[in-house]
Design a protein around this ligand. Structure first.
Ligand SMILES: [Zn+2]
Ligand SMILES: [Zn+2]
Length: 303
């Protein structure tokens, strides 16, 4: 019987456009003051789902043995695959995303038109742009934003949201092959990025982290900091609004990071974490005011 306990597979439901639409509607009713931002992100998430279906994932069909082997070595699965992103599809999605942001965001960054004219955004140079982004080359984006007179945070926001559906598409086929018994780390088993929000699964209370880029979920212990792995309960605490106990924030006093958590049992429903992130934006403000910072740059923030 020993082998049975060595296999932990997580079934992850992939939201459809209709699921997103339903969740956005639910939260617009619950939190009317968030209507504008929920509308903006509802449109972004639906566009991303549309494009994730167009991504060529044929090069990411790793065998289950290769997946297990890579995870056992402590490496995320996509570490060895780079430069697979179609520049044409990237540019097409970037343009459509820019239309949504111009129309629906409060900032209405008109400079987005200028960025589309930039050489760096031409199909032949997009490979380099993605490379610089993945390397975290701050000076590259610093000078690009100065040259084109566009807010750097808006630029990085646009690139993050354009890349996300590519990574989500690559991860979809890999997730069912992951034996989480071999992982349990503080970063994503597929792409290596950090978690931006977590949930306690309704059926069994299992604590799942969710990747800020590819949206893959992975397992962690109930009492453990999602950033520094601190398990000293004296240095861990939780806060939540009195009238909304299912939306919680975990704080770690060892690393001074916070992580939002949706407790599905308390909420009485299954959640879609990317929508939860938008619907709980007020909790980020509270956590930051208390002196904590997020584990990953939340995908919904422009600055
Ligand atoms: Zn990931
Ligand atoms: Zn910590």
């Amino acid at each position: 019987m020993k082998g049975v306990f060595a296999i932990l597979k997580l079934e992850q439901k992939i939201p459809s456009k209709k699921d997103i639409e339903g969740e956005i509607k639910f939260y617009k009713k619950k939190f009317p003051t968030l209507e504008g931002i929920l509308d903006l992100f509802g449109s972004i998430f639906e566009l991303q789902i549309e494009y994730a279906d167009k991504v060529d994932v044929s090069k990411f069909d790793f065998s289950e043995d290769k997946v297990t082997e890579t995870l056992k070595e402590g490496k995320p699965l996509l570490l060895t695959k780079k430069g697979e992103i179609s520049p044409e599809l990237f540019r097409e999605l970037f343009i459509r995303l820019a239309e949504i942001v111009k129309e629906k965001s409060l900032q209405k960054p008109v400079a987005l038109d200028k960025i589309l004219e930039a050489d760096e955004l031409k199909s032949k140079n997009i490979g380099l742009l993605i490379e610089k982004f993945e390397e975290g080359d701050n000076s590259f984006f610093e000078s690009l934003s100065k040259e084109k007179d566009i807010n750097k945070d808006v630029l990085l926001f646009m690139i993050t949201h354009t890349l996300s559906p590519f990574y989500e598409a690559y991860s979809k086929g890999l997730r069912p092959k992951i034996n989480h018994h071999y992982w349990g780390k503080e970063f994503c088993p597929v792409c290596g990025n950090r978690s931006y929000i977590m949930r306690l699964r309704k059926e069994d209370g299992l604590k799942l982290l969710s990747c800020s880029v590819c949206k893959t979920e992975w397992w962690t212990q109930r009492i453990r900091c999602a950033f520094c792995n601190n398990v000293d309960s004296k240095l861990l605490s939780v806060f939540y609004p009195e009238d909304d106990k299912g939306h919680q924030v975990e704080l770690c006093d060892k690393c001074k990071k916070y992580a939002k958590l949706s407790n599905e049992k308390e909420l009485g429903r299954d959640v879609i974490l990317r929508v939860e992130d938008v619907a709980t934006i007020h909790l980020d403000a509270v956590a930051k005011k208390k002196g904590y910072s997020p584990i990953a740059q939340p995908p919904i923030e422009m600055n």
